[in-house]
Design a protein around this ligand. Structure first.
Ligand code: AMP
Ligand code: GLY
Length: 431
């Protein structure tokens, strides 16, 4: 079978790497791919959001399965377009993808389905939002935190976690006044701030059966000690030792199952990956967001732990036979650390030569997944903010983290930076 992977980041590199191990697959294409993916797949110069071009490509090249990495094409209707032409594709169609595309839709669905989540208010004007923030602080006192979220998608960066009223009001001015996220700031969702350990639980579902992947934890802030602005993700590890052991099963019963059922009852079943962003509060796990796809860099941490062939799972979704599939995990732990360009998540330069990549050839327990990279005159150069992730695998988390950092220390590009504290809090909790 021929498989097309849509996207060109570290998540798509990890997907292509895992799919390439399947005996069911003869050839992989990737649109648009990157320099690392090009070692496993034929990269085609079609952007992930050029839906018509991707449909034509899949039809002409007799693609048996298309797997979509990023959210933008899912929200824009890539699955609907492929299905209209009878082409098998893994991911939710536009309607269910609103779980990520619209925070208000997600919140309303959570409330209707009784899914535990933070209290929230939807605001359509700056004045309304300012009034909500003031009333919240009048009622709860100056000690509490509050969260401001631009309603549209803003690449994971449209969220301000405020510790005080002044910070919250400054955030509102940025999102709704200055429009730093553009039209994503037309509507904001204001939320009660939850406190507790965060975890991501990604599940594969065909709308009936749900197979959860091992829990992972992302590190969203750019700086060590969780400081500085939010990013797409600076590193992840899996599993997560700092949360109660029953977290995954509680999330399954109280969050994933009710969400999949509620979407099905709206008419179009959810098929693909449903990603629940969780904060494990003193009252148990609460859902802070849904994503309609795999996380980046969570995928680079989770997929290397999957022992089973991924392709039958993906196909079990496209032909609704997921109940026939079994999943095996290899045990142990993984840690994936993302190296970024100087200046990220603000402005950064690209085109810097990356050295040391050849040292990873043949390595099984230290893997490099490329994000923003491209080939230029036979050399691999940086081409984005998040440049690459190094995943270490080992029997325990401490060894996995050490392996990831040993790997990173062998790599170099001008302006390269990464967080030195991925999984540090989790390691303290297992001491
Ligand atoms: P989101 O884009 O909704 O995932 O939010 C980005 C990040 O903001 C999350 O990963 C959390 O770290 C944080 N966050 C979002 N909502 C809340 C909340 N209600 N309470 C505390 N932190 C939150
Ligand atoms: N790493 C967060 C995300 O992919 O949404």
């Amino acid at each position: 079978m021929r498989v097309l992977v849509v996207g060109g980041g570290g998540r798509e590199h990890a997907l292509a790497w895992k799919i390439a191990k399947s005996p069911l697959v003869d050839k992989i294409f990737c649109a648009p791919g990157n320099a690392g993916i090009a070692q496993l797949a034929e990269c085609v110069p079609i952007q992930a959001t050029e839906i018509a071009g991707l449909v034509d490509f899949a039809e002409r090249n007799r693609i048996g399965l298309t797997v979509v990495g990023p959210e933008a094409p899912l929200i824009a209707g890539i699955v609907d377009a492929f299905e209209a032409r009878g082409l098998p594709i893994f991911g939710p169609s536009t309607d269910p993808a609103r779980l990520e595309g619209s925070k208000t839709f997600a919140k309303e669905l959570m409330q209707a389905a009784g899914i535990p989540t933070a209290a929230y208010w939807t605001c359509r004007s700056l004045a309304e939002a300012q009034a909500i923030v003031r009333a919240y602080y009048t009622q709860n006192g100056p000690e509490v935190g509050i969260v401001i979220k631009a309603d549209g998608i803003a690449a994971g960066k449209g969220v301000i976690v405020a510790g005080s009223q002044a910070e919250a009001e400054a955030g509102l001015l940025r999102i709704m006044g200055e429009r730093v996220f553009g039209a994503a700031g037309d509507v904001v969702v204001i939320e009660e701030r939850l406190y507790g350990e965060e975890t991501s639980i990604m599940a594969i579902t065909d709308g009936e059966t749900i197979i959860p992947l091992v829990p992972s934890q992302d590190h969203k802030r750019v700086g060590e000690g969780d400081t500085g602005p939010n990013t797409g993700g600076m590193g992840a590890y899996s599993p997560v030792p700092g949360i109660p052991e029953d977290t995954a099963s509680v999330v399954m019963e109280r969050i994933l199952r009710p969400a999949v059922r509620a979407v099905r009852e709206l008419g179009i079943p959810y098929r693909g990956v449903l990603y629940a962003g969780i904060i494990v509060t003193a009252d148990g796990p609460k859902c802070i967001e849904f994503n309609c796809r795999l996380g980046d860099p969570e995928t680079q941490a989770v997929l290397p732990l999957l022992e089973s062939d991924l392709v039958p799972l993906l196909m079990g979704v496209t032909d609704c036979t997921l109940d026939k599939q079994e999943v095996r995990w290899r045990g142990g732990a993984s840690a994936s650390v993302t190296a970024v360009s100087k200046g990220y998540p603000g402005e950064y330069e690209i085109g810097k030569v990356i050295s040391g990549l050849e040292l990873f050839v043949g390595q099984e327990d230290c893997l490099v997944f490329h994000g923003g990279t491209r080939l230029e005159d036979g050399r691999t150069v940086t081409d984005g903010g998040r440049v690459l992730s190094v995943t270490g695998l080992a029997d325990d988390l401490r060894a996995a983290v050490a392996r990831a950092y040993e790997g990173l220390d062998r790599l170099h590009f001008e302006g390269m930076s990464f967080r030195r504290d991925i999984a540090a809090r989790a390691l303290q909790s297992v001491d």
